[in-house]
Design a protein around this ligand. Sequence first.
Ligand code: P6P
Length: 354
Amino acid sequence: MADVDQPLAQEHSLDRDCTTLSRHVLQQLQSFSAEAQDLSAIMNRIALAAKLISRRLSRAGLVEGALGFTGTVNVQGESVKKMDTYANDVFISVFKQSGLVCRMASEEMDKPYYLPENCPIGRYTLLYDPIDGSSNVDINLNVGAIFAIRKQEGNDSDCDACDLLQQGHEQIAAGYVLYGPSTMLVYSIGTGVHAFVLDPSLGEFILASENIQVPDHGPVYSTNEGNFWQWEESIRDYIRYVHRHEGYTARYSGALVGDFHRILFQGGVFLYPGTLKKPEGKLRLLYESAPLAFLIEQAGGRASTGVKRILDVVPDALHARTPLIIGSTEDVNLVESFIQDRARASQEAVVASS
Ligand code: P6P
């Protein structure tokens, strides 16, 4: 008996294969306005950058000069990998002559990069970390890219992009690319979180998951416990708790995007708190923590500094850092409860001694 559902199944499969990133953005915006078309085109350019970087990563071990260090140090004081520079240049190249993005702010560049041919038409700024977790590149482990799109307010020539120093809820869109066994692009424009998988045979990102919701709680806690001796006592209290209670497991890859992606799909919490050496934390606010905070809140989770919602933090500089506690609502709340307990105890001690 012929499968009467065959045509439907085939139609579904064809429709799925045709749900590319740019089409999905327009569907999400429910509009074909000029602004919607711009946003769709920007996402498409990001997808092109991801494809170019994915191709380079997949053959890095065979390509002369793809791996290793450049011998330079970036604005963060970190040694720059050749892949960092390549990926940064790819992002810039895909937006040249696009009429879309006027300004690009990157972890790899001290100041924003202007694309004058796109200004004033393209009133958007792209903030991005072109390769997140680049320490994993030379050992063929997962790395990622993180991005956020913001409107360019006014003429920032007199204050060197000060209009970017705004809270994370000003972001128009945010997302990341995960270069893993498959290359995935996950994004939100404020209407849910959606995941695409790169189909190399098509050269297209195809919709894989829509309206992703992070579980309210998960077993994973993800942090670099090598910093235990540098943490506040409250964070140590949380780590002691998960060490002594059933149902928790540690996972940490050294690349924020991969660790975040696991939390997004399986639940749990990622934390990079302040340390003695970096009291403000290591992760950058504008192009790492704020985009992921945008996503996790769209997925029903939370992102906090430990005492403040990440999306409410106003950066004091383009490369400002922040402590980050991000993931399932119940797990972020649990970490914060240890911080609040210690703060209360300190306050009571002050009162008692006065
Ligand atoms: P540590 C990579 O350098 C990165 O910025 C994030 O991707 C990652 O989560 C973190 O730093 C790892 O830092 O101090 O644990 O090596």
